[in-house]
Design a protein around this ligand. Structure first.
Ligand SMILES: [Zn+2]
Length: 1030
């Protein structure tokens, strides 16, 4: 999916996101990147308690699953076993399990539980307080599901939603792989009402009442006689539970039709909430065939993964829809919906029925998604060399949706902002967002759905691939959008930032508990995973990459895979293509890629120059080290590096006498982890050298100051000598090196001087992001005035190109529209009077005339600066429009602009509304809080509010989709002083258990410390430099 869509607002960086300087690059930096950092922070979280817990007391015990796996490590080590018992994790009488269960064919790497480890006949309660979470949460493997028959009856027809229920029956056919008297399956927030067991085609078998193990989200049954190997059994259960608006499992969503509340029932089962919709074997490798039936009222329609088989009328106003049996699939990809929506439909050239559903009032907004969906699906069939296996696919826009979208096989669900597009109202960036998310979810139909990860530790296989391939899909349908170039700015650079924290984590990371799984839906799995795939494609070459991919999918379809299977597919094809490194040796794909997958962070390549030789050559000596924002920090000890933080790095370069940036696999010089250094020979006459053309490699580069100066001179003399992506890279690297104390900030600042004449969007985008950080750092220092003056000087020529009328040419390229948007947005943010006046005037026109004629690309900035310049009347007007808007993208712009006001009491009101779902949907709360926190005067208000309301926030959002962490991140994002740091620390100490925000607070502390160091290091130099350059 999907959580990536938490980065929803990243695209709005292209809009005229208004606001003050903190909002630079809009939410791109403060929100999106903040989230990245934040999520990233959160990410590693879960295991925290448990892992620290083990690490502290039994550091020498090698497995964090501690005796709970049957690999024998803990059980055979008496000290570890004793420690385990002392910690209360192992039962006192725990002994090595007698049976060594064999993994199921479908899950060869699945760790299994010993018979003694799972509480059998006791009902346990969920871990609370500071108790470490259980980590022995894997299902035993003696019974494997083959097929399910499910009949669901979501009741959304009561007068009061509190009375809505989820009831159903499920019949599961299971293969017995090992003799057992216990049946264990997943369940959450449901109660089993009736239960029975029989041998398939045979007699009934008595089973004892269900025993719930809430910590592990299990329900256990004991059978009267042992179940025998190689026989099949059928377990039949009826169940019921509440149906809430909690955005997980089977839940209800609501919208208004006029004044009437309308309800729909919808599922969000990834990653581990299928068990909340129905009792099931809820692990990705336990694939089965599902036959779904849904009971509904006749005024509604129901949808599921497969086409409708038939409908039977029941008594009264009820009917039951029977859907065709699914292909073999994972539980997390199931989907069931009951709604009263409309749809538009078309057929792909390969005869797949494609429908897009929405509220009937929004049905005119589905055309773009339908067009994109059909074209991208068809293109991916060719790209993956594998037909889409289902006869139909539906896509549907859900009014309340936690993530951005979810790739359920054949029934893809979206937030409205990710699927609906109205060209009269939505900005160019909203259009791109629809295309990108549709492409992402369709990529999953192969990567994730057809081939699924064996376990969630390889989540990145799904998300990294979909993140990279989403750009390829849109590059096909919208070839003028420079999608493959946009990847560098949007994913490579932002993830380099996130991954430079000591609290980052490797892409491949052990996860057990559902909270741990949810937390790796972060920028490392998505952005770094995607960057790794892109780097792999670059050094293996297109032919090897695409053929290997096709072979991998073909071999693994309808099954699960570990990343080693992917490496092997790449290796096989690389061998066939005889891909060699620059020393003539065959590439070892696994060895190279594991250095990127199994350790956090990435290398900084440092270049040293040697004296020129008599024949006019210069040898550059390149060394590598782990790049950290603060290298006095120890990388998180929970993730020790197997390679001592060294990488196999593909290096290529361009120089002024060979300014070739279109590098391929044949240009790669390998800098292997065991090499002390890499030597590069260039002509002494070269004016400049740029390592890492187009940033194919996931690393940063530092040069001697003399070489930086040459780059600065080149940018000022004739910047187009260097490729636009590398102009962006140079700026991004320089500012981040300055942040880490590895380059003087004056060099980074000097690289911005040429921007007055820069017309490319990409370097500007990198600079806007980098300067937003400088802005936040200086905001409370005397140098801020000079900074604003300098910024204004840079932005004016850029802005003046567009300031005449703020008219956007819809026929111009999307990149050029983004360029225009960002120029106007920055001009308003830095007090260019013409910009602010125009924004205010345009909002007043709308308020006076009742007719909104503001261009969609300009709306964010007009709303924001209109509200900022105005008072309560403007705020109320925007809030009313927000409540009434029928286009979700428009709603978000309106909501964000409410945070631009200079009135504290209105900001306070917005914070209060953020937790009142009659005012702001729960899914959008973080946007409201982020808007307040991003306002210079709102940051501290948000922080006070967060602390004052912590208990309520924890209760409302603590178990959800990392909302709590987002609140923390946005409220602390611009903390730059020791006082700020102490406040965070004091709150952490006082509160104790921070629940799902634990990691967010750790990250807030690390970030604040880095910010403090940054100022200490650079404030004086920045102040002097600005004085000399304004
Ligand atoms: Zn995804």
């Amino acid at each position: 999916m999907g959580s990536r869509e938490a980065f929803e607002m990243r695209d709005s960086s292209h809009e005229l996101v208004g606001g003050d300087s903190k909002e630079q690059k809009g939410c791109h930096v403060t929100v999106a990147m903040g989230f990245c950092l934040l999520l990233l922070g959160l990410v590693i979280c879960v295991g925290v308690g448990v892992v620290i817990f083990f690490a502290k007391t039994t550091p020498e015990c090698p497995s964090t699953t501690a005796g709970l796996s049957n690999n024998g490590i803990w059980w055979n080590d008496p000290d570890c076993l004793t420690a385990c018992i002392q910690q209360g994790v192992c039962e006192k009488d725990a002994t090595k399990p007698e049976t060594t269960a064999k993994p199921p064919a479908a899950a060869t790497t699945t760790p299994m539980m010993p018979t003694t480890a799972t509480p059998m006949m006791t009902t346990t309660t969920a871990s609370a307080g500071n108790q470490p979470k259980v980590r022995d949460v894997r299902l035993p493997t003696w019974l494997i599901p083959v097929s399910y028959e499910v009949e669901m009856k979501p009741d959304i027809y009561q007068n009061d939603p509190k009375d809505f229920t989820n009831t159903g029956n499920v019949s599961i056919l299971m293969d017995c792989k090992e003799e057992t008297t216990r049946i264990t399956l997943h369940i959450k927030s449901l109660t089993v009402k009736t239960y029975s067991l029989k041998e398939e085609g045979g007699a009934d078998i008595a089973i004892d009442h269900p025993v719930y193990d809430n910590d592990r989200e299990f329900v256990n049954f004991t059978t009267s006689t042992p179940l025998e190997v190689n026989k099949q059994y059928r377990l039949t259960l009826s169940y019921s539970g509440p149906l809430k608006n909690d955005l997980a499992g089977l839940y209800y969503s609501t919208y208004k039709n006029g004044s009437q509340d309308r309800y729909l029932a919808v599922t969000q089962l990834a990653a581990t909430d299928a068990r909340k919709a129905l009792p099931c074997f809820d692990e990705p490798a336990l694939k089965a065939n599902f036959t779904i039936s849904i009971i509904r009222q006749t005024s509604m329609v129901s949808l599921s993964n497969m086409p409708l088989q038939n409908t039977q009328n029941l008594s009264g106003e009820w009917a039951i829809d029977h859907f065709k049996e699914t292909v073999k699939m994972s539980t997390y990809l199931l989907a069931m919906i009951v709604c009263d929506f409309g749809y538009k439909e078309n057929t792909t050239e390969n005869n797949i029925t494609f429908r897009v559903w929405a509220r009937k009032e929004a049905i005119n907004q589905v055309d773009y998604a339908l067009d994109q969906g059909i074209r991208i699906l068809t293109y991916f069939e060719e790209f993956f060399n594998e037909s889409f296996p289902l006869p139909k696919t539906d896509m549907i826009a859900i009014p309340d949706f936690a993530a951005g979208a979810m790739e359920n096989w054949g029934l893809i669900t979206y937030r409205e902002t990710a699927l609906l597009y109205d060209e009269k109202v939505s900005a160019a960036s909203n259009k791109q967002r629809v295309a990108v998310v549709v492409s992402h979810e369709l990529a999953h139909q192969w990567f994730g759905n057809l081939v699924s990860p064996t376990w969630w530790d390889d989540l990145w296989l799904n998300e990294g691939f979909a993140t990279y391939v989403e750009y390829i899909g849109v590059d096909f349908t919208e070839p003028t959008w420079q999608m493959l170039d946009q990847f560098v700015i949007t994913d490579v650079q932002s993830t380099l930032k996130a991954d430079s924290l000591a609290t980052s984590h490797p892409i491949y990371v052990e996860v057990q508990h559902p909270d741990e799984i949810n937390e790796i839906f972060d920028s490392i799995s998505y952005g770094k995973g995607g960057s790794l795939i892109r780097m792999m494609r670059y050094f293996l070459g297109d032919v090897t990459f695409t053929r290997a991919l096709s072979n991998y999918i073909d071999n693994k379809q309808y099954r699960d895979a570990h990343h080693d299977h992917l490496w092997q597919a790449m290796q096989d094809e690389a061998d066939r293509q005889q891909i060699k490194d620059d020393r003539g040796n065959a590439l070892n794909v696994k060895e190279i890629l594991d250095t990127w997958l199994l350790q956090m962070g990435y290398p900084l390549l440092e270049v040293q120059s040697n004296p020129p030789t008599a024949d006019g050559k210069v040898t550059l000596t390149v060394t590598q080290s782990h790049f950290l924002q603060d290298d006095s920090q120890e990388p998180d000890p929970r993730y020790p590096s197997p390679y001592d933080y060294r990488w196999d790095v593909p290096v290529s370069y361009a120089t002024s006498d060979h300014p070739d940036f279109d590098v391929t696999e044949t240009s790669v010089h390998w800098f292997y982890k065991d090499d002390n250094s890499l030597k590069i020979e260039i002509n002494a006459s070269a004016d400049w050298v740029v390592i890492n053309p187009k940033q194919y490699g996931f690393y940063r580069v530092n040069y001697p100051e003399e070489y930086w100066q040459r780059l600065i001179d080149t940018q000022e003399r004739n910047h187009t000598e260097i490729n636009e992506l590398n102009r962006a890279q140079i700026i991004d690297d320089a500012f981040n090196l300055a942040l880490a104390g590895k380059l003087r900030i004056t060099y980074a600042m000097a690289l911005t001087k040429y921007l007055e004449k820069e017309e490319s969007y990409f370097p500007w985008d990198s600079a806007i992001g980098s300067l937003s950080y400088v802005s936040a750092a200086l905001e409370r220092t005397p140098a801020y005035g000079d900074f604003k003056t300098y910024y204004k000087k840079l932005i004016l020529p850029y802005y003046n190109k567009f300031n005449d009328s703020w008219i956007f040419d819809s026929n111009s390229s999307i990149i050029s529209q983004y360029r225009q948007s960002s120029a106007i947005s920055r001009a308003c943010a830095y007090d260019v009077a013409d910009c602010r006046d125009k924004a205010h005037e345009l909002l007043q026109d709308w308020m006076d005339s009742g007719n909104n004629s503001i261009h969609p690309n300009a709306r964010s900035v007009v709303y924001c600066h209109g509200v900022k310049a105005g008072g309560a009347a403007e705020w109320e007007f925007i809030f009313k429009e927000f409540q009434e808007a029928n286009v979700a993208a428009e709603q978000i712009k309106l909501l964000q602009s409410l945070g631009c006001t200079n009135e504290l009491w209105l900001l306070q009101r917005l914070l209060d509304y953020a937790v009142d779902d009659s005012k702001i949907r729960k899914q959008d709360s973080y946007i409201a809080v982020g808007a307040v926190a991003g306002n210079t005067i709102g940051g501290f208000l948000a922080w006070d509010w967060l602390r004052a309301n912590w208990a309520t926030l924890d209760e409302e959002f603590g178990s959800g989709i990392m909302m709590l962490g987002r609140f923390v991140s946005s409220a602390t994002n611009n903390f730059f002083t020791q006082f700020d740091f102490e406040q965070v620390e004091a709150f952490v100490k006082m509160t104790g258990d921070l629940g799902t925000a634990t990691r967010a607070f750790e990250q807030a502390k690390e970030r604040t410390q880095n910010n403090i160091k940054y100022l200490e290091r650079n404030q004086e130099a920045l102040t002097d430099w600005l004085k000399a350059n304004v």
